[in-house]
Design a protein around this ligand. Structure first.
Ligand code: NAD
Length: 349
């Protein structure tokens, strides 16, 4: 079977971490008798330099014709003074929108080998997936300024439709089915009407998935519980803003931003897979970036877009084995560079 992968290497450390990931994909391809065809497209600062815009039409077309998209990272000081719609990050929002990606999935895992890197004093290893609604809620609602009785006011609106809640809920329940079969939905239903509808829809869905252990939690409590006992969670599903905040909180418990993969999915199998970190301009060109977040993003692509669970497992086990053997990049307190850690992971596949 051949899979067509569009590559958006981007800027800064992007090309290094994507190239390292391609060597991992090639190794699993050889081992499992699969083939991958890679087509690079421009997005971000590199696209601005070549074409004047962060997201050329050709890139959108290429991504929509591919089976999935692997992205490094975009941005850097060179493009920071450009107007918002011409900045590299506009490419990122544009491609998510063009591909109709409404679910952002962030696994947050503390490996046993990295327990000492977690800022919590006593913590069990944990493995959580945060499913965040990505295209609705307060970030997309009506907003503005107006004159009120006491002078100038500003407002933002949180609005969710049943359809939006149901489709993100299904992503979470399906994901839990592939894992420990637990879903926690996080809302603020004691105050917000949008959260009350969110909760109603989630309860209806929970009845459709009787094998999934479902619970609700208020967001303020969830922020506490993530610090108190992160291992209690399996799949968390939440709205755009709560997911934004909670996933950054959770990411800090794993040792380094260089460890965290993500995927964004829509109504089809085609997804956008990328590390959660940026282009790390401070270490660009030094070949010291940790490629693990991107390598684990590729493993997610194999699992969720291509149904290649065994190949995904092989990558995830190789990453864990490399960490268990004590190999570390600089962000994890070690000395290995991008190429050296990649070589260790390749040995274990
Ligand atoms: P960043 O994630 O790029 O870097 C933050 C810190 O983490 C830096 O010290 C960096 O060296 C380190 N770091 C990040 N990834 C690492 C890795 N794989 N290995 C080792 N160390 C790593 O965030 P920033 O500095 O705030 O942003 C830099 C640029 O990236 C900006 O232009 C920003 O807009 C952009 N950005 C892009 C994305 C994306 O492409 N999805 C996401 C966030 C930021």
């Amino acid at each position: 079977m051949n899979y067509k992968i569009a590559l958006l290497k981007g800027d800064g450390i992007g090309p290094d971490i994507v190239d390292s990931t391609l060597s991992v994909l090639d190794k699993v391809a050889a081992r499992f008798g699969i083939t991958f065809t890679y087509t690079p497209y421009l997005m971000g600062g590199c696209a601005i330099d070549e074409t004047g815009v962060p997201l050329p039409e050709e890139t959108i077309k290429g991504c929509l014709e591919s089976d999935s998209v692997l992205l490094g990272a975009v941005g850097g000081p060179k493009w920071e003074t450009l107007p918002g719609h011409l900045r590299p990050e506009a490419g990122l929002l544009g491609i998510r929108k063009a591909m109709g990606l409404y679910a952002n999935i962030r696994p947050v895992r503390l490996y046993s080998a990295l327990r000492e890197r977690c800022p919590l004093r006593s913590v069990e290893a944990f493995d959580i997936v945060i499913v965040r609604e990505l295209t609705g809620g307060i970030y997309f609602g009506e907003r503005g300024r107006r004159q009120g009785a006491n002078g100038e006011e500003a407002y933002d609106t949180e609005c969710y439709s049943t359809t939006e809640i149901e489709r993100i809920g299904r992503v979470a329940f399906e994901m839990a089915g592939m894992r420990s079969k637990r879903v926690t939905s996080i809302d603020k239903a004691n105050v917000l009407e949008s959260s009350r509808l969110w909760r109603e829809v989630m309860h209806r869905l929970a009845a459709e998935y009787p094998d999934i252990d479902y619970s609700d939690m208020l967001v303020d409590n969830a922020a506490m519980q993530l610090i108190k006992n992160p291992a209690q969670f399996d799949v968390i599903v939440t709205s755009n803003m709560f997911g934004d905040i909670l996933s950054d909180e959770a990411s800090q418990l794993t040792g380094s931003i260089g460890m965290l993969p993500s995927s964004s999915l829509g109504g089809t199998k085609r997804g956008l897979y990328e590390p959660i970190h940026g282009s790390a301009p401070d270490i660009a060109g030094t070949r010291t970036a940790n490629p693990i977040a991107t390598i684990l993003s590729a493993a997610m692509m194999l699992r969720y877009s291509f149904n290649l669970a065994e190949a995904a497992d092989a990558i995830e086990r190789a990453v864990e084995g490399t960490l268990d053997a004590g190999y570390r990049t600089r962000d994890l307190g070690g000395t290995l560079g991008t190429d050296e850690i990649t070589a260790k992971i390749l040995e274990l596949i």
